[in-house]
Structure formats: C-alpha cells, structure tokens
Design a protein around this ligand. Sequence first.
Ligand code: NAD
Length: 409
Amino acid sequence: MTNHDTPSMASLEPSMIANPALAESGEARISWARGHMPVLARLCAEFERDQPLKGRRIGMCLHVEAKTAVLVETLLAGGAEVIWTGSPATTDDGVAAAMATRTGVRIYSIKADDVPAHHAHIERILASNPDLLLDNGADLIAGSVDGRGHRVVAATEETTSGRNRLIGELSGKVNFPVIVINDSPIKLGFESERGIGPAAVDGFMRATNTLIAGKTFAVIGFGWCGRSLARTLRALGAIVIVVETDPIKALEAAYEGMLVTDINRAAERADTIITVTGHPGIILKEQFLKLKDGAMLGNMGHFSTEIDVAGLRALSTGSRQVNLHVEEFDLPNGRKVHLLARGEMLNLTAAIGHQIEVMDLGFALQAHAMRIISQHPGDFTNGYQSVPDHVNRAIAEHGLRTLSSVDID
Ligand SMILES: NC(=O)c1ccc[n+]([C@@H]2O[C@H](COP(=O)([O-])OP(=O)(O)OC[C@H]3O[C@@H](n4cnc5c(N)ncnc54)[C@H](O)[C@@H]3O)[C@@H](O)[C@H]2O)c1
C-alpha cells in the first residue's frame, strides 16, 4: 500500500496529452464503448461495492483508447490510483483528454509519440512508484526488473509479445507474479481468433480504400491472430498465402486450403503482406527487393519491428506520404512499395482497434486478475502465471448472461 517513499498523485508530473479541447469527442466514444461492455459493467458494480483495489497504485501501459478507458474506470471504481500510458501511434487523443480532465488519472500519451517518447513515459510511470503493473508488451515489467518500480508486488500482462519476453529475456528475473491474460482461453478463443481478422481488415480498408477480393495477401505467422486474419481475408475473396515456421501450424494452414510457402516466394507473389508473428525482423532488405511494383506492407504484431522500417528507409531512393496511413517508397530497382500505418499495428493505428465486445471479455479478465493478484499476491509464485481456471469460468459465466442468444439458467 502507498507509503512515505511514494510521491502523491498531486506531486506527479502533469498529464501529457495532445489537446484538452478534444475531451468532448473522447467522452462520446467512451460512452459508446461503455454501453457495449456489459461484462465489465457487472464487475464494475462489484468493484464499487467491495473496493478490492483500495490503496493500490497501478502503473499501466495499454492502448489509450475508448475501451481501455472503461477498464480504467472499473479500476478506479475499485479504489485504485492509475498512472497510464499507451503504445506509440495507437493513442486516441480525445479519449486521453477526456480521462485526464474528468478522472484523477495521470496520462502520459499522445498519438504522435515515437518510440523514445514512449520509453520516457514508461520511466515516468515507474518513477511514480506503483505497486501493481498492468502491462502490454512487458515494457513496464522489463523496466521494473532493472531496479525501478521497486515496490511492485504483482502485475498482469495483456499480450503475446509480453508473454514471449516473460518466458524469454525476462525469465527468472521478475521478483513478483505476472498473470498473463493472453494465454487465457477467453482471450485466445474470442479476441485473437474472432477479433483480429475483422479488425485488421478494418484497418487495411481505412488505410488504403482498396478491394480485398481477387488480391493476393501473404499472412506471415499462422498463430492465433494470423489464422483469424487469413480466414477473414479468404472469406472476403482474397487468395491467401501463409508463411509459418512451425511445421504443425504450417500443416494446419495447408489443410485449411491456404497456399503455404516461404518468405521470399511470398514476397514475390503477394499484392499485400501482413506480418503477425510477435517477432522482429520478418521483412528485411532481401524481401523488399523481391516485392512486386505497388506492393503493400502492413503489420498486426505488437511491436513495429516486424517490418524493418529503418532498413526500408535506408534502402529507398525517395519516399512520400500518399494517404494518411500510406507511405510510398522508391526502391533502387525502380519499383514502388507502400508501407501502411508506419509498420505499427494496422487495426489500432489506421482504425479503432478490436471490437468492443471482445475487449469487454478480455478487460473483464484483466480487472478480475488485478483483483485477485492484488488481494492475494502470496498465492502466486514469481514470474509467468496463467489466469486461474476459476477466473476464466467466472468471466465466461458473466459473458453468457449478457448474450440474447443464450437461454440457460
Ligand atoms: N493488433 C492487435 O490488436 C493484437 C492483438 C493481439 C495480439 N497481437 C500481437 O500479434 C502477434 C501474434 O500473436 P499470436 O497470439 O498470434 O502469437 P502466436 O505465437 O500464436 O503466433 C505467432 C506465429 O508466428 C510464427 N512465426 C514466428 N516467427 C516466424 C517467422 N519468422 N516466419 C513465419 N512465422 C513465424 C510462430 O510460429 C507462430 O505460429 C503478437 O505480437 C501479439 O502481441 C496484436
């Protein structure tokens, strides 16, 4: 709980947002999202009554947009203090303005933030001395193991990329339990498998205004998210090529009727390539030089390192912005290629992220996990933890009660 070496909220740096005048439009989007998040509303009522997060300071790194704002409202209802940043390029400046002016939350997040600005915000959050972390991509958790954020007692992690860091570079270094929301069947089976495909297509179409039917798309990575994307593109009439390094998943793709090939052949054949692997350096110089004239490159993985954007810039003889979310590059072989949304997540940069209902379930998991890990951190061992089965079942029960198609006691 907060103590003498924890700065008061009032003494923290003021919020860093783009423009407070955008608050009204942000409030409208939060209100729309709140109206479609019945599962979180049920938890919010419990949080108001039970105050499970009273006295807890939560350092939070999760896209600053309308649905996340409803999660933050739930945490506040449970008694928490929240200091919040998002990810580069995904911030809704109106939502940031609304939450910074209406609630007591400190927000350090601007849509135009680049990666160094993002890391400076991570430092601000750790300097506020949180005792719980709610992370997405494990930047806060990685910072806390380097000696900052020394009072952290527990954390949650939202996504695959953060999970990969926890079981990779951060393995054995984290001195508190981290519940990984990503691996819950509720998140994988609903958000990743059902949400990603339509959300990515939404981002692609808003960015390019071009037709999907009849085009050849290469989806790189046939995991939970990639298969959702591949299936959605195919349902819209695309020819879909899959590149996948895991032979079992590659076989699954082939058995679903996808064309399966390697990254170089995919680069030669595709009109559009979308990466969704969770790993850096997937599309490099060798592939840029194989792309068809006019090819498009997009990313749905968490970090903007799947396409080597710096390498593309260095290789190109010229570039220009041809649309809000499309940058055209001239390659030395005379071809032009188009980078979508700066190589950041297409759905959150060019569109407005996942559908509200899937985030309602995922954020209900987050809130429930925050409650149990805050109240009983000693029940968990340090490092990676799955969402307990009873939590998954509780959220599924809540979810069933919100659907008009379900008629059971
Ligand atoms: N945009 C969003 O809103 C959003 C939402 C959820 C997850 N994500 C992110 O999407 C990414 C993928 O998540 P996931 O849950 O599908 O992960 P996953 O681990 O289930 O799937 C990734 C797949 O990529 C494959 N892969 C790895 N390296 C490869 C390479 N060089 N070439 C081809 N295939 C390769 C792996 O074998 C794996 O099957 C992560 O970065 C995750 O954080 C984004």
